[in-house]
Design a protein. Structure first.
Length: 131
């Protein structure tokens, strides 16, 4: 427990995304089928226990694990998590009829999919900090 709970949670889901991005077939399986084997349950137990030990109510701890897991799986999928950045990067412009989307594209392609995921993950984890 060297890291604070929130940083440990970020590191856990960063590692999960990295694993799933490296193994698209596994990401597809995890996205399509319930994963409830003994290893998954042990990891879930460990993460939830860490959050509850840090003072999060049990229902909030479980909600955080489920929500962040779903976010991570979605961000790991080849289309939404990877190819979307590549597609927008390939567009030189979006035309004068789409000025807002053009502005968004400029900021969107500035960083990698991994960097956007990490930034959003930190914001989401921050929402679970108890006052």
């Amino acid at each position: 427990h060297d890291l604070a709970w929130d940083e440990a949670l970020v590191e856990f889901f960063l590692a999960m995304r990295e694993l799933l991005v490296a193994s698209p077939a596994v990401a597809e399986i995890v996205a399509q089928y319930p994963v409830a084997g003994p290893n998954f349950r042990a990891l879930g137990e460990s993460v939830a226990a860490r959050l509850i030990g840090a003072g999060l109510p049990p229902d909030v701890a479980v909600e955080a694990v489920v929500a962040l897991g779903q976010f991570t799986i979605g961000a790991s999928m080849p289309g939404t998590g990877q190819r979307l950045h590549e597609a927008y990067r390939a567009l030189d412009h979006l035309g004068a009829d789409r000025p807002t989307l053009g502005h968004v594209r400029e900021h969107f392609v500035r960083e990698s999919a991994a960097a956007h995921f990490q930034s959003a993950l930190r914001r989401l984890v921050g929402a679970y900090r108890m006052p």
